[in-house]
Design a protein around this ligand. Structure first.
Ligand code: ASP
Length: 439
């Protein structure tokens, strides 16, 4: 067996956390490839090293002095090195970072140093080989990740490498310029390494024992999810459930490698398994609920719309021309509604309306703002009758007005639109009926 283990920032925030991580890695000889994040917060008031780096670099970019900021970052690493009693000095590395900051090496380079330096410490601590991600993870000139080239180079590099530390979050363009993924991107690196090394499991260690059925900020002490499919997870993370970066699924999904989300502070917990498919029924009819606020609906009406070939295309073209992506498009006989992100839409609303009028000549357009979308996701829904019925009676009892309903043909999810103000109550009502009452 071979495993990739990725550790998040809170798992590596201090020497004490490093020791827990060391114990986890040493407890299983299959844990061969380690992907660390940069040190995260040690407590709720602390600052992540990545944010400290962005801050220091902003000063450098503005031509201001950043000595104090860089010293604070250095102190974070030194505390870990001292705590672990390592015979290691990052003095030279920091000299280079300072010179590169002065030479305005770029924000991406600056942010990437968090993982890079933590990777050096981790490799020393474990006595594993250190592989700089800039040598094995590639982006094209436009900054798009290059999966094929990366896979080829990384696979060749890992072939004869028994154990290695590969820092998360960044790679390099073909000209050598450092490029990062979006925030939280070490999860993606873990997945890329898992695919290239063709491991059996990608373990993603964080500070919670896996995914929860609903957001703990909305539901007190929600139940955990034992097993979830890639597709279910994709739906939930797209709709705001965090824990894993939403793009982290793609590389491992291609190879069918399961991801196991685990808790560094409670390694005995089994966590959540993310798999291609499973015969295991989820405990409840639904696997999870997630949602987002901040949508708006653009209602377009035109008599005889249904028989006008190409009407929908013209409306969507108006969104395309203004660079706005749409979320859902429910339609009626003479009406069509487009759901979009309010913040994106607001800036360009009058342009979009004018373009719709120009292209599709509707009778009138009406806007509705401050809406939320909630996704109720579950592979079990396909085999269960009455799921939608239960959701809507729960919402009716909770006095929540449903603005939109969309059930994908996969029967994997039901999307419900409600007012922003009803968002929390709607989630609580759905959770209650499926998890507390287990109807
Ligand atoms: N350190 C980076 C961040 O804070 C990437 C990561 O932790 O995955 O976003």
């Amino acid at each position: 067996m071979k495993k990739v283990v990725k550790f998040g920032g809170s798992s590596l925030a201090s020497a004490e956390q490093f020791e827990k991580v060391g114990a986890i890695i040493r407890a299983d000889k299959d844990r061969r490839y380690v992907v660390p994040s940069a040190p995260g917060k040690r407590n709720s008031k602390d600052t992540k090293v990545t944010d400290m780096l962005y801050g220091a670099y902003a000063l450098a970019e503005a031509g201001k002095n950043f000595d104090k900021e860089l010293d604070d970052i250095k102190a974070r690493y030194q505390e870990i090195i001292d705590g672990l009693k390592l015979d290691l000095s990052l003095e030279k590395e920091f000299e280079k970072v300072k010179a590169d900051f002065k030479a305005k090496a770029g924000e991406n380079y600056a942010a990437s140093r968090g993982e890079y330096l933590n990777g050096i410490i981790m490799a020393k601590y474990l006595d594993y080989e250190f592989i700089d991600a800039a040598e094995v993870i590639f982006f094209d000139e436009e900054g798009n990740f290059m999966p094929d080239k990366t896979d080829e180079v990384l696979r060749a590099r890992l072939k004869d490498c028994e154990r290695a530390v590969i820092p998360g979050f960044y790679g390099a363009k073909l000209d050598g310029t450092i490029k990062t993924f979006s925030r939280g991107g070490s999860d993606i690196t873990g997945s890329i390494v898992a695919k290239a090394a063709k491991v059996d499991v990608y373990e993603n260690w964080t500070d919670v024992s896996g995914f929860l059925v609903a957001d703990p900020r909305v539901i007190d002490n929600p139940k955990g999810i034992e097993t979830i499919t890639y597709r279910e997870l994709r739906e939930l993370s797209y709709m705001g459930a965090s824990v894993l970066h939403e793009d982290a699924i793609f590389p491992v999904r291609k190879e069918g490698i399961p991801i196991n989300i685990r808790n560094t502070n409670a390694p005995q917990d089994k966590g959540t398994w993310i798999v291609e498919d499973t015969c295991q029924r989820s405990k409840y009819t639904i696997t999870g609920i997630a949602g987002k606020k901040g949508f708006c609906a653009i209602n377009i009406e035109k008599d005889g719309m249904n028989s006008e070939v190409g009407f929908g295309r013209k409306v969507l073209q108006a969104f395309e021309e203004n660079g706005i992506s749409f979320e859902h498009v429910p339609s009626g006989i003479d009406t069509m509604t487009v759901f979009a992100h309010q913040s994106e839409f607001e800036e360009k609303e009058q342009n979009v309306l004018a373009t719709i009028h120009k292209l599709a000549s509707p009778d009138f357009i009406e806007l509705e703002a401050d809406l939320a979308l909630i996704a109720v996701v579950g592979r079990g829904m396909r085999q269960t009758r009455g799921t939608a019925g239960r959701i809507f009676s729960a919402l009716a009892h909770a006095n929540v007005n449903v603005k939109m309903i969309d059930q994908g043909s996969s029967e994997l999810n039901i999307i419900i639109g409600v007012r922003n103000d009803d968002f929390e109550e709607a989630i609580r009502a759905i959770y209650r009926i499926f998890v507390d009452v287990q109807l």
